[in-house]
Design a protein around this ligand. Structure first.
Ligand code: AGP
Length: 607
């Protein structure tokens, strides 16, 4: 999962490439590099670490004022993070330069063939075979474009590529197969990027490349071809996100900014979609499949990570409110599972980025089995939104922090809306819609007490283990809370449904192993109390998330954070907030970069 960027135009490309790479850094940040062309000469710079290291390197170099260049920020797959393994990669003639996001599966045999034919490799990467393959066809007298097309025919796997030819500095080439790639259409300049967040502030007009497409981009023109060299008409769409949305504003980190966007995100997810007078819901993106949806026999939710946990809340909602049997599957398991499908099964793929490879592959499996496929996606125009026949956009705005926070809230809100869309219990729908409208305010009330969480994080920051417990709708919240703490503080934290604790996890309980208990007042809280009794009896510290006015919890828990009351099915929209803040503050207090946690990346575009 890397970020690639390209520019051709009237301005100096270097500052534009660096700025773009910074916006894409959440995709991978273990090394970076750029190459620019000036007067048929190339200037390449690479460094290990975040883009700011590359920027330091370039600071000492005088500006070349080059009008064409490509860049890359890496998340290593083949070859450890190092200068030689960072991109761009190039051929023996120093003529062809390539940056790549994806994996070339047949690179070993191609590398053996190229080595036998005298090519010298400088890296351990799969990517480096591409410039050498192009070179091998050039040496056979093919023109550059033919050499590029032949190379694309040969390589197997996934790729988003940006390619430049020193002998042809007026053209930027791009190609896509599975990994995301978008062209930014400018005035007398054009851009390439792994996703549109890198283009915000430069252009609002973009072209999303489809699988198997190759783009030829000059300062003034853009042409797109398929692998058969047939010209493809351009489809320019307008971006809805603005620069401010993609910047930190007054917050020290994107993660905290995005947690504090919670109220606005829930509001913008349901706004214009619910009618609180009668609780009816309008989801334009599902209208064309509404009749079929009404006859749905079973719902299969496919997702990964945080999106999977949102799906688990969806399972409770669809089964208990819409009375539709529902299963949630880890996409990475589902794609290799030999599962019988019953007629009337509808698949919902949930993804913030819309580019997660496992979810895409699971989706393809569902399509191969002729199942109706819907998407709940945040990134407009992303592959999953285009590979599903209908769906609902989250409208949560760009999520930059690698640890997903506001997208989780928006995904649950969309699942609540879809449940209401498929339910007939008018009385209940009215109650839900009225209560849902109060949620943003209740989240604001929680966020106003963030300092309390910060203080408690100071108390708990040195524990190396944490257990998160919840029941029913708050079980997925326990899983997500544990994931957040893992992601940004690297603490071993496990989420469990509280009833499961006595079947094993209770063995871990000790004064050194605190429990985060999600125990709002609802029909199941008494059961949670007995679980907490079991932990207290074994001197396990307890931090409880409870409902304002709950008089009993303080006698059981060492620390309590109170949240406003709401109906059980909406509780995850409130109980998750203190857990997101807790993970954030502990990550900060342990001195970690919470926006770019180690070993992670925002969208996992390889298997
Ligand atoms: C969550 O904080 C992580 N970034 C990760 O688990 C993420 O949820 C997962 O990779 C799925 O991503 P998606 O929603 O973009 O498909």
């Amino acid at each position: 999962m890397c970020g690639i960027i390209g520019y051709i135009g009237k301005e100096d490309s270097l500052p534009i490439l660096i700025k773009g790479l910074k916006a894409l850094e959440y995709r991978g940040y273990d090394s970076a590099g750029v190459v620019v062309l000036v007067d048929n000469k190339f200037e390449i710079s690479k460094s290990v670490g975040q883009v700011k290291e590359l920027e330091k390197l370039l600071k000492n170099k005088k500006s070349l004022n080059s009008h064409i260049g490509i860049g890359h920020t890496r998340w290593a797959t083949h070859g450890a993070p190092s200068k030689s393994n960072s991109h761009p990669h190039y051929d023996c003639l120093n003529r062809v330069f390539v940056v790549h996001n994806g994996i070339i599966e047949n690179y070993k045999e191609l590398k053996r063939y190229l080595k036998k034919n005298g090519h010298k490799f400088k890296s351990e990467t799969d990517t480096e075979i591409i410039p050498h393959l192009i070179e091998s066809f050039l040496k056979k007298g093919k023109d550059f474009e033919t050499a590029l097309f032949y190379t694309l025919e040969l390589i197997k796997g996934t790729y988003a590529l940006a390619v430049i030819d020193v002998n042809n500095p007026e053209i930027l080439y791009a190609a896509k197969l599975s990994s995301p790639l978008v062209i930014g259409v400018g005035n007398n300049e054009n851009f390439l990027a792994s996703d549109s967040s890198a283009l915000i502030g430069r252009t609002k007009n973009v072209i999303y490349l489809n699988d198997g497409e190759i783009a030829k981009i000059s300062k003034k023109n853009i042409s797109i071809y398929n692998l058969k060299k047939k010209k493809i008409p351009l489809e320019i769409v307008s971006l809805e996100w603005n620069l401010e949305q993609a910047q930190k504003g007054d917050f020290p980190h994107f993660m905290l900014k995005e947690i504090f966007e919670g109220p606005e995100v829930v509001r913008s997810t349901y706004q214009g979609r619910i009618n609180t007078k009668d609780g009816s819901v309008k989801l334009g993106g599902l209208e064309k499949v509404f009749d079929k949806l009404k006859k749905v026999k079973r719902i299969l939710i496919l997702a990964c990570g945080t999106s999977y946990y949102a799906g688990l809340v969806g399972e409770y909602l669809f089964e208990e409110i819409a009375k539709i049997p529902t299963e949630v599957h880890f996409a990475s398991e589902f794609r290799y599972r030999d599962k019988p499908f019953e007629k009337g099964t509808v698949v919902i793929a949930i993804s913030q980025s819309g580019e997660t490879a496992d979810t895409l592959a699971a989706l393809q499996k569902a399509k191969d089995n002729r199942l109706m496929t819907l998407g709940i996606v945040n990134t407009v125009g992303s592959t999953i939104s285009r590979e599903t026949i209908a769906g609902v956009y989250n409208h949560a705005g760009p999520e930059i922090g690698v640890a997903s926070t506001k997208a989780f809230l928006s995904q649950i809100t969309v699942l609540i809306l879809m449940t209401m869309y498929l339910s007939t219990d008018k009385k209940l729908l009215k109650i839900i819609s009225k209560e849902l409208e109060k949620i943003p305010e209740k989240i604001e009330k929680i966020l106003k007490q963030s300092k309390k969480i910060e203080k408690l994080a100071e108390k708990y920051k040195n524990y190396e283990n944490f257990l998160f417990l919840g029941r029913r709708y708050n079980y997925p919240v326990a899983l997500e809370g544990a994931l957040k703490l893992k992601e940004v503080s690297y603490i071993h934290s496990e989420g469990y449904c509280a009833g499961e604790m006595k079947h094993g996890p209770i063995a871990m309980i000790s004064p050194d192993f605190p429990t985060m208990a999600i125990v709002p007042q609802n029909g199941i809280s008494k059961k949670m109390f007995s679980n907490l009794e079991e932990i207290k009896a074994r001197k396990g510290p307890i931090f409880a998330i409870a409902t304002e006015g709950d008089k009993e919890i303080s006698s059981l828990a060492n620390d309590v954070f109170f949240i406003p009351k709401t109906i059980e099915l909406l509780e995850p929209l409130l109980t998750i907030i203190p857990l997101q803040l807790f993970a954030y503050y502990i990550g900060i207090k342990r001195g970690y970069d919470v926006d770019k946690p180690r070993n992670l990346a925002k969208s996992v575009t390889v298997e």
